[in-house]
Design a protein around this ligand. Structure first.
Ligand code: PFF
Length: 454
């Protein structure tokens, strides 16, 4: 049960920036470019955009409406709308997925801290950026300490509370990140390879589609928009009835997608075509190369990695918040205890991911997915960052349509936003048919065609 004095956002802008802060993170700047590179470039981008607006946006609206209506996190929301029923599983799946994502996400976020420190004390010149990256991720002490530091930072902010912590940080820093990225795009576009890179990135070719393109595009859309695990639902629960959900949700989707596309506009002009090897290191290697050639690259590099660390933080805060708010709502735990318990468990689960980029040979290469050899971190990313989110998104749709009823969700969505009711004409068929059908086809395809993933 939530207390009557549940915290609320100070302003609509505060919510939009904080929700955009959850959405915008490593998913846009680290994951989007390398998944695009692995899946053929332009066609992936096109498919991604279609999925974001036809599946992502409707699911975003369902999560925000459910959260604001119930004023609870995912477990409490299901309990309130369907007391004592199995629907609560959606909430538990959300909590588990949040911890699963947080574990490996914090490892990658630790890298951003390291690159920030490196820019300040050493700079990026005079070394092969690829080799430097491989050596760094293979060092167990580096990986474990940075993981601990990053999780510690996330926990500290979550403990400091909704308004004080999350809102302020997002409000100031997201616009700075945006401006810096615009500057980097302009510079990247002046490079010799730019035209070839843009061609690969922006022009779709049907031959680029592979069996796995769709699942990766769907997974990336959910991951990037923080959907399918109750993060947006939880943020919606802190939103007041006065706010216009239609507008707020749309702006979050728009900003998030813009930043992802912008990240590609920095990376691909530097590479100049299909990346030779598009793995988890792609962005770290390519962007440090860019900073090597850029006048003032060291200072800008430091600023870039600092902002990336903060963008990652505003995302991990929401990942931790889902599990912590469950403990607070259901077990009446105080915020501090709840956050510490979740982050302690997450640290332990994160250890194999931290060691899976070279420190431990057996954890570094386990299975082939999408033609790429995956280690423990890659498997966690695929299971939690792709599959679980897609399943969670599908379950939320099914829950709203069959249990809570779409009419109720719509009433909440269009509350104080009556002039947008016409959107229902598009949203209804998307929610009833298109979105669930697409997700089910993708999941079914994976389950029933044995070799889909190799
Ligand atoms: N959307 C975040 C990103 O793109 O980095 C990651 C994320 C945050 C996924 C919160 C899921 C979530 F619930």
């Amino acid at each position: 049960m939530s207390s009557p004095s549940r915290e609320q956002w100070n302003s609509s802008l505060g919510f939009i920036l904080a929700a955009a802060g959850s959405a915008i993170g490593l998913g846009n700047i680290w994951r989007f470019p390398y998944i695009t590179g692995q899946n053929g470039g332009g066609s992936f981008v096109l498919l991604y955009l279609i999925i974001v607006f036809t599946i992502g946006l409707p699911v975003m609206y369902l999560e925000l409406s459910t959260g604001r209506f119930t004023q609870r996190g995912p477990v409490g929301a299901m309990e309130k709308l369907a007391p004592g029923s199995f629907w609560k599983i959606i909430g538990y799946l959300a909590v588990i997925t949040g911890i699963g994502i947080l574990s490996y996400y914090s490892v990658v976020a630790g890298w951003t801290i390291w690159y920030f420190i490196k820019a300040i004390f050493q700079g990026f010149g005079g070394e092969n950026t690829g080799t430097a990256f491989s050596q760094f991720v293979a060092s167990a002490p580096h990986q474990l300490v940075l993981l601990g530091v990053f999780l510690g930072l996330t926990t500290g902010i979550v403990i400091s509370g909704i308004k004080g912590g999350i809102e302020k940080i997002s409000m100031i820093l997201m616009p700075v990140l945006f401006l810096l990225m615009i500057g980097l795009i302009i510079y990247a576009l002046t490079l010799d390879n730019a035209a070839a890179g843009l061609k690969y990135y922006l022009i779709p070719k049907t031959s680029d589609f592979t069996k796995t393109t769709f699942i990766f595009a769907l997974g990336q859309a959910f991951f990037s928009l923080s959907l399918g695990m109750g993060a947006m639902l939880t943020y919606g629960s802190y939103l007041s009835k006065k706010e216009n959900l239609v507008k707020a949700g749309f702006l979050v989707v728009l900003f998030d997608t813009l930043i992802a596309i912008m990240a590609g506009l920095i990376i691909f002009p530097v590479i100049g075509g299909a990346p030779e090897k598009a793995g988890a290191g792609l962005v770290f290697v390519v962007i440090t190369e860019l900073f090597c050639t850029l006048p003032g690259g060291r200072i800008l590099g430091a600023l870039f990695f600092l902002l990336l660390t903060i963008a990652a933080l505003t995302s991990t805060i929401s990942l931790l918040e889902v599990a912590a708010s469950w403990l607070m709502d259901e077990y009446k735990m105080v915020r501090k205890k709840a956050a510490l318990i979740v982050s302690g468990i997450t640290f332990v689960i994160a250890i194999p991911s931290a060691l899976s980029l070279g420190a431990s040979k057996s954890l570094s290469s386990i299975i082939k997915i999408g033609g790429e050899e995956k280690g423990f971190l890659g498997i966690m990313d695929f299971l939690f960052g792709n599959l679980s989110l897609a399943i969670g998104g599908l379950l939320i749709i099914i829950f709203v349509v069959f249990k809570w009823k779409l009419k109720n969700a719509e009433d909440e969505l269009y509350h104080n936003a009556d002039r947008f009711r016409f959107l229902s004409l598009i949203m209804k068929p998307l929610i009833w048919f298109a979105a669930p059908a697409a997700i089910m086809v993708v999941l079914g395809f994976m389950l029933f065609t044995g070799k889909t993933l190799s």
